[in-house]
Design a protein around this ligand. Structure first.
Ligand SMILES: Nc1ncnc2c1ncn2[C@@H]1O[C@H](COP(=O)(O)OP(=O)(O)O)[C@@H](O)[C@H]1O
Ligand SMILES: [Mg+2]
Length: 205
């Protein structure tokens, strides 16, 4: 089982991915690899450093760097795990690229989607979107010490990205979990309830 978790910074992806990985291992009787983008392998960490360290890349170059990170991550982590019969829980995937690089950076969404399709990345079994108000997320982020380039761009970008995720959820491309006002345990329960509700996910497993 390959599950991705999406959402703006501060939405709870890292918090929930650990719980979800433990639950998935138990539920399926298979080991679960927990990973993230950008930077989910050694070579990817190098790309992440370049992307996030604050250089002023053109939107097109930035998009290609994120796709390079995904291509490397697929090759080094995700496909090997799937081939060995492990589950994968990954923070961020194609929908992050659509939300941040097309809506956030004003690239033509159809071109971004065409490029993603051309890459031929594996399709997740389920794609979860942790939906939270940008202001709530920003308040959580500001209580952290270290900020990266994208987090520093603040509320305007977060609103655009959030709207883009919601649109993808409306079109059925993401499973939306309304996280506003829920504590970590309640969000986790909502994720599990949503996953258990998709009977096709469990039929042949
Ligand atoms: N449901 C929640 N309610 C309140 N705070 C939360 C909740 N989920 C996560 N947090 C806190 O918010 C911050 C951001 O969570 P994190 O999982 O790191 O988000 P992300 O990985 O999406 O950026 C962390 O300090 C975390 O402890
Ligand atoms: Mg995180």
């Amino acid at each position: 089982m390959f599950i991705t978790i999406e959402g703006i910074d501060g939405s709870g992806k890292t918090t929930q991915s650990g719980r979800l990985a433990d639950w998935l291992s138990e539920r399926t009787g298979r080991e679960t690899v927990r990973t993230f983008e950008p930077g989910g392998c050694e070579e990817c960490a190098e790309l992440r450093r370049i992307i996030l360290e604050g250089r002023n890349f053109s939107p097109e170059a930035e998009l290609l760097l994120f796709l390079a990170d995904r291509a490397e991550h697929v090759s080094k982590v995700i496909l090997p795990a799937i081939r060995e019969g492990r589950n994968v829980v990954c923070e961020r995937w194609n929908e992050s690229t659509i939300a941040y690089q097309s809506s956030g950076r004003k690239l033509d969404p159809d071109r971004v989607k065409d490029l993603i399709t051309a890459c031929g990345f594996p399709e997740p079994d389920a794609k979860i979107f942790l939906d939270i108000h940008p202001q709530t997320a920003l308040t959580r982020i500001l209580s952290r010490t270290k900020h990266d380039k994208f987090e520093d761009e603040g509320l305007t970008l977060m609103r655009k990205v959030s709207d883009s995720y919601r649109e993808l959820a409306r079109r059925g491309e993401l499973m939306r979990i309304d996280c506003e006002g829920l504590n970590e345990e309640e969000v986790f329960t909502a994720i599990i309830t949503a996953l258990e509700g998709v009977s096709e996910l469990w039929q042949s497993r």
